[in-house]
Design a protein around this ligand. Structure first.
Ligand code: F3S
Length: 415
């Protein structure tokens, strides 16, 4: 990989040991992927922030960097293993909390914004069309590439951090025009399969299920969806769920939606294979993601219902608050079932009315989520409307999963 004279100096250690180490990481990646050069980035999103997922080795790695250097571009942080304000209420141990705070402090010492969310685009890290960025967190990568039209590869924690420090990333993969073209057309029968007359909460589930199905079949191709429509803000939340699911069941980092996403016009090339996805595929995928059959409550309920994977937008908080208000009017709360609604702290701080309503029935949880918090220490059966969470909860949190739409899940909070 070609290095400028300044980059050569960085690699030789003339900008300090931390920058040198970061350059070594970027050069190794650049060589593996045959990148020609490094290109400047506008921002970074660093994943690998939960003590549960990175452990003591991760703490040492981050502490070492924090003692040596700072980031040089806007850098936001992925969710931690706990809500930093109410971890005691969630049964987190003192030992876990101490380690988690140490990780957070190290990141902050480097100049990273302690956003602790997987939706950095809701809290000030909003890249524009065509901007190069280096983001970790597969759902945020998918959203930024596809919905915003920014350009990032699917970075790991160390490579995103190295890019944040150097302010550059190797130019390969999704940073290059030709690599952003579609490889498979997915024809969606939107009117019948994803019935746009259905309620918004039901649509979120259908988009997530569609994503879980497509992620499995698409391999390393970029999917191009035909037939998806919707009202702008609702559609954005649905695409957030679709992309997160494809990134979890497969490794999709970019997709296009005809007439909707910013790059769809240049995405299609001749002779791209087409497949039609129907109701049957969706139903089968949904059955697979649902590993605990409650039989409408006859066989028990989840102990914990979690919404907000990826973290809820303001519109989603409003939808949840409205649904709870309607359901809770004449019914008693079932104290055996807990509710977590995960969102970014910055959104919690402005959505006063929604937070007030949701807090009557459950917890608005920030800085963390149902997958990266150690929920397995307290719960065995979890309800979710997220296909990404449904993919990860069995393996990473030893959970049985009730996979259903928002309203059906919230209904289980009441007797
Ligand atoms: Fe975000 Fe956690 Fe889901 S990091 S995308 S809420 S698994």
């Amino acid at each position: 990989m070609y290095l400028t004279p300044e980059e050569e100096k960085m690699l030789k250690g003339e900008f300090g040991l931390g920058v040198q180490k970061a350059m070594e990481i970027l050069c190794a990646i650049g060589d593996i992927y045959d990148a020609k050069r490094l290109i400047p980035i506008k921002s970074a999103q660093v994943s690998g922030a939960s003590y549960k997922t990175i452990g003591d080795a991760g703490i040492d790695f981050i502490r070492d960097f924090s003692n040596k250097c700072k980031v040089s571009v806007l850098t936001t942080l992925n969710p931690l293993g706990m809500d930093v304000e109410s971890w005691r209420e969630h049964g987190i141990s003192e030992k876990f909390a101490k380690k988690q705070i140490e990780i957070l402090d190290s990141y902050v010492k480097m100049g990273i914004e302690p956003t602790a969310t997987c939706t950095p685009y809701f809290v000030g890290n909003l890249p524009s069309l065509g901007e190069h960025i280096a983001w970790g967190e597969s759902s945020a990568v998918s959203y930024s590439n596809s919905v915003l039209g920014a350009r990032t590869n699917r970075e790991g924690g160390p490579s995103a951090l190295a890019s944040a420090i150097v302010g550059k990333t190797p130019e390969y993969g999704l940073h290059i025009d030709e690599n952003r073209r579609a490889g498979l057309v997915i024809e969606v029968d939107f009117e019948n399969m994803l019935d746009n007359k259905k309620s918004d909460d039901r649509l979120i589930l259908d988009f997530a299920t569609l994503g879980a199905f497509v992620g499995k079949i698409v391999g390393n191709k970029i999917p191009y969806f035909r037939g998806i429509k919707g009202e702008k803000e609702v559609l954005k939340d649905n695409l957030k769920s679709l992309g997160a699911a494809m990134a979890a069941s497969g490794a999709v980092a970019l997709y296009h939606v005809e007439g909707v996403t910013p790059e769809y016009k240049n995405a299609i090339v001749d002779k791209v294979e087409k497949i039609h996805v129907g109701k049957e595929e969706l139903e089968k995928t949904r059955e697979k993601l649902n590993t605990y059959n409650t039989d409408n409550g006859k066989h028990g309920k989840p102990e914990l219902i979690t919404l907000g994977c990826p973290h809820c937008s303001i519109q989603e908080l409003r939808l949840i608050a409205d649904t709870l208000t309607k359901l809770g009017k004449h019914r008693k709360r079932d104290k055996e079932v807990e509710l977590w609604v995960c969102t970014a702290r910055q959104l919690k701080n402005i959505a006063h009315e929604e937070v007030k309503i949701i807090s009557r029935y459950g917890k608005v949880v920030c800085d963390t989520c149902m997958v990266v918090a150690p929920i397995e220490e307290k719960y065995k059966i979890t309800g979710t409307n997220s296909a990404k969470a449904a993919c990860y909860l069995p393996g990473l949190c030893s959970q049985k999963v009730v996979y259903n739409d928002t309203k059906s899940l919230l209904d289980m909070l009441f007797v």
